[in-house]
Design a protein around this ligand. Structure first.
Ligand SMILES: *Cc1c(COP(=O)(O)O)cnc(C)c1O
Length: 369
C-alpha cells in the first residue's frame, strides 16, 4: 500500500462546473466569481471581499490595503509557511519573527511584546493547521500596541474563534485555495474585510487602480490580481462539498486519536478552547525527534511531511536587516517543533484502511500491537 500525504477532493462535480464557462463563453471574472464570493462572505461573516490569484498575493493586498509598506514592521510567527513573511517583504515592509507557543503553535504574545518598535504597524496571526489563534488575546495585544491585525487564514476555512469565522476578526483576513488547502481552485486567494475604505483600496490594488473595468482613467496605481470564472466554478463546487470535507477530516483525526493516544512519546496537535478544529493537517510531535519515525514511515510507503522550517533560520532571510536581533531572538519553541513535528497523511478520499495502516505502522515503530 502507498499512502500519499494529500490528494485534493476534485472530481465529476468540478468537471461539470467548468463546462458552463465554456458553454456561455464567459471565462474571465464574472457572475460565478460573484456567486463564489457571496458564499464565502456569508460563511466568513464579512461584508466585503475580493479574490486574488493565490494566498500570497491576497496577503500582500491585505497588507497594502492597510497602507503597510517601506519602513514598517509586521510581527509574523516564526512557525508558518514562508509566504506569510514573503507577503510582508513584497510590500517593502520588514517581517519581524516571533516564536510560538509550544501547546498551540500560535504566536507567543509575551515574546511579541519584546519585539515591538516604533515601526511596528501590524501583527499577522496565522491560523495554523486549521486551528484559530486566540483572537481575544490578539485583539487586546493589538489595541494595547496600536497595531492592525492581518489574519493569515490560508489554512482556516471552516475554523472559527468563539463562533466568529477566522478572517473576520481582524482588520483584514486572507485565504488560500491552493491545491492542498481545505477547499481548492487550483490556485486562488481571497481577502475580506468589514471596512468599506479598506475594501475600496483592495479594489484599486487588484484592478489596475480603477474601480470599473473598461475605463482607461486610473486614479491609483494598481495591478492585475483578478481570477477567472473557471476557478470560481471549481470553487463553488468545492464550497458545496465543504461540510463533507470537514466531516471526513474529523473522522480521520478521530481514528488517529483513538489509535495513537496511548503512545507516550506522541502528541496530536489540538486547538485551544475557543477554537474548533478543521484538521488541515494531522500534526503530531514525537518527543524523541521526528526523524526515526519519518524514516520508518518512508520504508513503509507512507508519505509524511516535516513541520515548517523556522523562518529565522531560512537561508533567504539571512540577508534581512536585523539591527534589533530578531533573527536570533528566543526561537526555541519553533526550533523544537521543527525537530519533533510530523504531518500525517489526511485527505477526504483517504479510506479507513489507509488511516489504520498508518496508525499500525506508527505503533509498530514503538513496538506496540
Ligand atoms: C498556503 C499558505 C499561504 C500561501 O498561499 P498560496 O495560495 O500558496 O500562495 C500563506 N500562508 C499560509 C499559512 C499557507 O498555508
Amino acid at each position: 500500500m502507498r499512502v500519499s500525504q494529500f490528494e485534493p477532493s476534485i472530481g465529476q462535480e468540478e468537471y461539470q462546473a467548468i463546462q458552463q464557462c465554456f458553454d456561455t463563453k464567459w471565462i474571465t471574472e464574472g457572475k460565478l466569481c460573484k456567486e463564489f464570493s457571496d458564499k464565502l462572505l456569508d460563511l466568513i461573516g464579512c461584508k466585503y471581499g475580493v479574490f486574488a490569484n493565490n494566498g500570497t498575493l491576497s496577503l500582500y493586498m491585505a497588507l497594502r490595503s492597510l497602507n503597510i509598506g517601506p519602513g514598517d514592521e509586521v510581527l509574523v510567527p516564526n512557525f508558518t509557511f514562508i509566504a506569510s513573511a514573503n507577503s510582508v517583504i513584497m510590500t517593502g515592509a520588514t517581517p519581524v519573527f516571533v516564536d510560538v507557543e509550544e501547546e498551540t503553535f500560535h504566536i507567543d504574545l509575551e515574546k511579541a511584546q519584546r519585539q515591538i518598535s516604533e515601526k511596528t504597524k501590524a501583527i499577522m496571526p496565522v491560523h495554523i493547521y486549521g486551528t484559530s489563534a486566540n483572537m481575544k488575546k490578539i485583539k487586546e495585544f493589538s489595541e494595547k500596541n496600536g497595531l492592525k491585525i492581518v489574519e493569515d487564514a490560508a489554512q482556516a476555512i471552516g475554523v472559527n474563534w468563539q463562533g466568529d469565522h477566522c478572517g473576520s476578526l481582524g482588520h483584514v483576513g486572507s485565504f488560500s485555495f491552493f491545491a492542498d488547502k481545505t477547499i481548492t481552485t487550483g490556485e486562488g486567494g481571497f481577502v475580506c474585510t468589514n471596512d468599506e475604505k479598506t475594501y475600496e483600496k483592495l479594489l484599486y490594488i487588484r484592478n489596475q487602480g480603477r474601480i470599473n473595468r473598461g475605463s482607461f482613467i486610473h486614479p491609483e496605481i494598481g495591478f492585475n490580481f483578478r481570477i477567472t470564472d473557471i476557478q470560481a466554478a471549481i470553487g463553488i463546487a468545492q464550497f458545496g462539498k465543504l461540510p463533507q470535507i470537514i466531516d471526513r477530516k474529523l473522522e480521520i483525526l478521530e481514528i488517529y486519536k483513538n489509535n495513537l493516544q496511548d503512545i507516550e512519546k506522541i502528541k496530536i496537535h489540538q486547538p485551544e478552547k475557543g477554537s474548533n478544529h478543521v484538521p488541515f493537517r494531522v500534526a503530531i510531535t514525537d518527543s524523541n525527534g521526528r526523524q526515526g519515525l519519518m524514516d520508518h514511515m518512508e520504508k513503509n510507503n507512507i508519505e509524511t511531511r516535516t513541520f515548517f522550517y523556522p523562518l529565522h533560520l531560512q537561508p533567504c532571510f539571512s540577508k534581512l536587516d536585523d539591527s534589533r536581533g530578531y533573527l536570533d531572538g528566543d526561537m526555541q519553541t519553533s526550533v523544537k517543533l521543527y525537530k519533533n513535528g510530523i504531518c500525517l497523511p489526511s485527505y477526504p478520499s483517504m479510506d479507513n484502511e489507509k488511516v489504520e495502516y498508518v496508525c499500525k505502522t506508527i505503533r509498530d515503530y514503538y513496538g506496540l500491537q
